[in-house]
Design a protein around this ligand. Sequence first.
Ligand SMILES: *Cc1c(COP(=O)(O)O)cnc(C)c1O
Length: 416
Amino acid sequence: MATHATTQVFAPNKVIGSFHPPKRILMGPGPSEIHPRVLAASSAPSMGYLDPVFVGMMDEIKQLIRYAYQTKNQLTFPLSGPGSVGMESSFVNMVEPGDAVIVMRNGVFGGRMVENVQRSGGKAIVIDDPWGSPCDPNKLREALQANPSVRTVGFVHAETSTGAESDAKTLTGIAHEFGALVICDAVTSLAGVPLLVDEWAIDAVYSGSQKCLSCVPGLSPVSYSDAVIDRVKARKDKAQVQSWFMDLNLVLDYWGETARTYHHTAPINSLFALHESLVMLQEESLEQSWARHRLHHEAFKAGIEAMGLKFLVHPDYRLPQMNAVNVPESFEPGVEAQLRKRLLADYSMEIGAGLGPLAGKIWRFGLMGQSCSRANVMSCLGALTCELPEFGVHVKMGDAEQAALNVYNKAAQHQA
Ligand SMILES: *Cc1c(COP(=O)(O)O)cnc(C)c1O
């Protein structure tokens, strides 16, 4: 007889009810807002990860990601995990112990690439550029000339910590002149600014579902060229990938083109959502998505500048989807956080803080995916207009909104 009667269980200290999140206006560095169609897709009944209907959807997801990346790479699929998994997967597969790897670092995420190289047993050769500037192609060329054994170059296309865009095409071209493969972080760039994986011949690229794709967080679309596959296959016996979960040789048993076998339980319902968000991108078209991000950035910028605020990044390489705005110099340390708290409490609006050396110095306004809308631009400018005077910044009611409206009206005339 089992002795269930004597088994002790612990109950929570109090009865916990269901969680009902408030509705937020998400204008930070991600996650971005999720369209009801995408949320609805994720709430469909779950199914088996080898169900033929599900497998058919997986094939469509791969095709849709190829469209988003503008690539014909066969090895294009979503990894189970956030953008960080795309980054880690690229490094653990492509870097062998002892490898020299150049990392271009101009913000937080370049710094994470350095850690990934080191944890993969590689030796990182770090090229630093100022936070808020793009990665300097001349420095890459010099570093490759000085270090001919380098096989891999890593850089971030869109540095979310600063809002600066680097020239992914030029950096990739230089790396190839020296026979190195590139790992390109496209977490924030995908669908927000042009990214042409095949035309620019990017070897390894990864992104995240929750930025300009506006999907639920936790998926990382990746694409790897044949050169990457060759490299990973070549290391199979001599230097096994140290991560079982991320070893592409194994993941391919599930996501590859031929027979599907169990590797890990795919996040089924999140993949329903990703499928829908990619269908929506296809409906809008990549070109329109890029143009929408550009338009709302221009309107937002006009409003921000009408309030006398300044951008961190030079317009030549400023990302439309990630707006880093300098905190006014008159702000005492710590006061900028009060503005962010006020926006969250009174407007249910999230904006981002600065990271690392930019902590306390900038605000980061994301205009990504579904969050990139006229309604959000106007709400945000209105909220800032109402709140900034309390922080000693003189702004006139209506100035910012009028400046933004002028941009929208001009664009509408242009279209008519
Ligand atoms: C957000 C981000 C990441 C990390 O993605 P997670 O989904 O948070 O793991 C990596 N690189 C860049 C440029 C990012 O913006």
